[in-house]
Structure formats: C-alpha cells, structure tokens
Design a protein around this ligand. Structure first.
Ligand code: ZN
Length: 319
C-alpha cells in the first residue's frame, strides 16, 4: 500500500513550496495572536453583532456548498479554499482564516492531513466558542492522515457530510429543523445521478488502465473500478517531492505507448513535470480529462461531479 504522507518537501526548487512545512507553525501562531487581539478589542458582544443566520465556516468550498444547500437562507457560510486556480496543498492559514473561525457555530473541514492548518486554528480558538460543532469529513468515513485526502471524490463521503451538517443545523437552530431535514433529503436525492453515472461507467470500463498526474480523482476512479497506474508519481506531485527517474519513465512509457486509456490531469497541481506529461499525452493522442480540487464558481457540487464524470466518459469512449 502506498501511503499519502506529506513527505519532506524537496530542498531545491521553488521556495514558496519547499518552505511550506517550516513556515506553517509561525503562520498559525500569528493567526492565533490576531484572534486573541481581536477578542480583546471587541469583547464577546461582537459574536452577536451580526444577523441571526448560523455562521458556518467550511475549509473547502464544496463542503460550504453542501451547507448552503441544506441551510438555505438560515446559514451564513464562509469557505476558505475557493479558488480553483490555486493548489490547496500549499495553502497557509492567515489571520483572516483565524478571524473567520472565531464566531463560527458550525465548522466543516476535510481532515486526513489535507487541511492541517484547520486543526491547529481550532485547537487554539476552542475555548472561545464552546458551542461550536465541528464536522470532519475524514472522521465520518474512517480516513486518517496517510490516506488519500481527496475524500470528496469518494461517493461515500458527501452523504455522510450532508447528514452531519443537517444534524448540526438542527441542533443549532431547532426552529427550522423541518427546513433542514427537507433540504437534506433533497440533497441526498440529488446525488443519485452521480451514483448512476459511476455505476454506468463501471459497467462499461471496469478494469481499464488509466493514469493521473495527481491523486485527486483516486476515490472516484476506484469507485468506477478503473486500473489507476503510476501512483507513486502522483504522490510525488501531490507532496511536492521528486518523482524517481524510473517512475517518470514508466509514466512516459504509458503515454507514449498508449498503455492507458485516459490521462486525468489535475489543473490545480501544475508544474513543469505534470505539464510535460499533459503535453506527451496530447502528442501520443491519449485522451485527457481535466479535474480540479476546488469546486469551480457557478456550479454546485453535483453539477461539478457530473460534468467531470461526463468528460471522463467521453474520454474513455475515444479509441
Ligand atoms: Zn490534491
């Protein structure tokens, strides 16, 4: 088994990436200091100054979207990771992140070491919001650090997160329980086309060899039953470590000799090597499918997943 540990970043290459591990702790400390300073300035009354909507912070915008779909007009959601042009693995918490968390009644994050800054910030601000409900997707589906952290691509994850969100909103605002329960039922029903699409792809393409530049689509690929190749290369891309020469050669051979049906390309983890693989796939006429880690603007979670499954289906149908 390959473990999805965040390996030690390489020491050469881009400083912004290689210093991530070293800089996270001070950044979190300064964010926490900012929260404490704010608390001293405005006091506890500031917590109730806003409207009556339930304040929710989601570390990732697809979880924020689920909260909005279930909470409707009764939630005020802030999503921290929401830019599909940035690499979430490189995110560092800022004082703004800490401030957003300060008054949250409900917090949702991924866990499994995808957003370790969240755990640290919550630990530091726990005493200020004793009523805060914290939903960790990884805990709901039994994943831990070292597992593939892209849990929202696992069809099991969102139903579990949605149920937990529904329960948290019910508890925070019992007056609107019937609304939350109805919205939860609607949301769960709206996932059915995704399951149907996965089942249809599985029936047609189970066991087909594919590859990817980064493991973002891994759980979905597993659900479809695809034979995902070059996992070590993908982990190196995710962790920003060097892929070995033999792993690079194996990846290139798969593309050049068309041993894979599709290249799944994470457009949020683009560096010279992954871009080179994309170019090689295009040259070798291996169909490519672009996927993102972060939900794009203008679509909801269900539309995002379905669109990606549709483009995968089209790519697999090419021969
Ligand atoms: Zn990733």
């Amino acid at each position: 088994m390959l473990a999805f540990h965040r390996a030690t970043p390489r020491t050469r290459a881009r400083p912004a990436r290689s210093t991530r591990a070293a800089t996270l702790a001070p950044v979190v400390r300064s964010a926490v200091a900012a929260v404490l300073a704010l608390g001293a300035l405005f006091g506890p009354a500031a917590a109730h100054a806003a409207d009556t909507a339930i304040t929710v912070v989601a570390a990732e915008n697809f979880y924020g979207d689920v909260v909005k779909q279930i909470g409707g007009a009764y939630v005020n959601v802030t999503s921290i990771l929401s830019n599909p042009d940035q690499d979430p693995h490189l995110f560092e918490a800022s004082p703004k992140t800490a401030r957003a968390l300060q008054h949250a009644r409900v917090v949702v994050y991924n866990g499994a070491d995808y957003d370790p800054w969240m755990t640290k910030l919550l630990g530091a601000t726990a005493s200020q919001s004793s009523q805060r409900a914290v939903i960790v997707a990884a805990d709901l589906v039994g994943r831990k650090p070292g597992d593939n952290p892209h849990l929202w691509y696992d069809p099991q994850t969102m139903p579990a997160v949605a149920r937990a969100v529904g329960a948290a909103l019910d508890a925070a605002d019992p007056a609107h329980k019937s609304v939350y329960d109805a919205n939860l039922a609607t949301f769960l029903g709206s996932l059915k086309p995704i399951d149907a699409k996965v089942a249809a792809l599985r029936a047609q393409y189970k066991g087909q060899p594919v590859t990817a530049t980064e493991p973002v689509f891994g759980y979905m690929s597993d659900a479809i039953g695809l034979d995902m190749r070059n996992l070590r290369f993908q982990l190196a891309a995710m962790n920003d470590t060097e892929a070995s020469a033999s792993d690079i050669a194996a990846f290139e051979r798969d593309l050049r000799e068309r041993r894979v049906r599709v290249l799944i390309y994470n457009s949020q983890a683009t560096e010279a090597l992954t871009r080179r693989m994309l170019g090689l796939a295009q040259q070798s006429k291996v169909p490519t499918v672009s996927v993102t880690e972060t939900q794009p603007a203008g679509v909801n979670f269900q539309q995002w997943m379905l669109a990606q499954l549709d483009s995968l289906g089209k790519a697999l149908a090419t021969r």
